[in-house]
Design a protein around this ligand. Structure first.
Ligand code: LHQ
Length: 262
C-alpha cells in the first residue's frame, strides 16, 4: 500500500510512523486511518522492525478526527459504524503489534489523537505538547479506548475532569499525573531522545517484550490467581526463545548479550 497521509520510515530496526497532514494538525481522515491501520499491520509482520515510533509532522501530534471530512459526507453518518471501521481498527492493529510502540508527542493531541497516544506503550513528549479530551467540546463522548486507558493511567478523578471539561492539559501536568514517561527539556530533544530509546529497545529481546505486552493486556482486569496462570503460560513461551538462551549464556560467560529478537 502506497501511503499519502503518513510517512513510513525504517532505519536500522526502528520504524517511525509520522502522521503527515501538518496544515490540519494531522487531523485524521478516513484515508489516514486506513493507512495507519495498514502501517501497524506491516509493523507487526516485518521481522526487521523491532521498535515503532508514532509522531506527527509540523506543530501538532494529531487533532483527532478530521471534522471537515465527517461534515462533508452526504446523508446521515453512523458514528458507531465510522468508529468500528476506522479508529477501532487502528487501535486493534496497534494493540496487535507485539513490539514496543513509543508515542513521540510533538504538539497538541486532541480527541481521538489523544486516544492514540494513550494506546502506545511508552509516551515521551515535547514541552510544546498538550492534551485535550476535546470530544465534549463538540458534544461527543471519548472514544479510541480513552474511557478505558485514561482512568487507568491518571486515575478516575483526573480522567473524569478532563473528559467533562475538555480543558487543555500541559505536558508537564500530564507527566505529573502519570500519563507520560518523560517530558524532554527542549522541543528539539524529543526525536533524538525517542530515537535513542527506540534503538535501545530494538536491541532487546523483542519476543520477550511482545510477551510482556501480552501479559499486561491479559491481566489488566484479571484476578491475581488468573494472572499467575497467564504468567506461567507466557513464561513457557519466553523460556523457549533464542534470546532467553543467549541472555543466560552471556550472563554466565560474563559478556554482553546479542539479542536477535527471536
Ligand atoms: C482541524 C481539526 C480537526 C479538521 C484542527 N478537523 N481540521 C469520532 C466519531 C465520529 C466523529 C467525530 O470524531 C470522533 C473522534 C474525535 O476525535 S472527536 C474530536 C475531534 N477533534 C476536535 O474536536 C479538536 C478540534 N481542534 C481544536 O480544538 C483545535 O484545532 C486545537 C485545540 C486542537 C488546536 O488549536 P490551535 O492550535 O489554535 O489550531 P487551529 O484550531 O488554528 O488549527 C489549525 C488548523 O488545523 C486549522 O485549519 P485552517 O485551514 O483554518 O488553518 C483547523 O481548522 C485545523 N484543524 N483540528 N479536528
Amino acid at each position: 500500500m502506497a501511503y499519502e497521509t503518513i510517512l513510513y520510515e525504517i532505519e536500522g530496526n526502528v520504524l517511525t510512523i509520522t502522521l503527515n497532514r501538518p496544515d490540519k494538525l494531522n487531523a485524521a481522515t478516513d484515508q489516514l486511518l486506513g493507512e495507519l491501520a495498514d502501517a501497524f499491520k506491516q509493523a507487526q509482520r516485518d521481522a526487521t522492525v523491532r521498535a515503532v515510533i508514532v509522531t506527527g509532522a509540523g506543530r501538532g501530534f494529531c487533532a483527532g478526527q478530521d471534522l471537515a471530512s465527517v461534515q462533508e459526507r452526504e446523508g446521515a453518518v453512523s458514528y458507531g459504524d465510522h468508529l468500528r471501521h476506522t479508529w477501532n481498527l487502528v487501535l486493534k492493529r496497534l494493540s496487535e503489534v507485539e513490539k514496543p510502540v513509543i508515542a513521540a508527542v510533538n504538539g497538541v493531541a486532541a480527541g481521538a489523537g489523544m486516544g492514540l497516544v494513550l494506546a502506545c506503550d511508552l509516551r515521551y513528549a515535547s514541552p510544546a505538547a498538550s492534551f485535550i479530551q476535546a470530544f465534549i467540546n463538540i458534544g461527543l463522548i471519548p472514544d479510541t479506548g480513552s474511557t478505558w486507558t485514561l482512568p487507568r493511567l491518571i486515575g478516575p478523578t483526573r480522567a473524569t475532569e478532563m473528559m467533562l471539561t475538555g480543558r487543555k492539559v500541559s505536558a508537564q501536568e500530564a507527566y505529573e499525573w502519570g500519563m507520560l514517561n518523560k517530558v524532554v527539556v527542549n522541543h528539539e530533544d524529543l526525536m533524538p531522545e525517542v530515537n535513542a530509546l527506540a534503538a535501545q529497545l530494538a536491541a532487546m529481546p523483542t519476543k520477550g517484550i511482545g510477551l510482556i505486552k501480552r501479559a499486561l493486556a491479559k491481566t489488566a482486569d484479571s484476578t491475581l490467581e488468573a494472572a499467575l496462570e497467564v504468567e506461567a503460560d507466557l513464561q513457557e513461551l519466553a523460556g523457549r526463545t533464542s534470546d532467553h538462551k543467549e541472555g543466560v549464556a552471556a550472563f554466565l560467560e560474563k559478556r554482553k548479550a546479542t539479542f536477535k529478537g527471536v
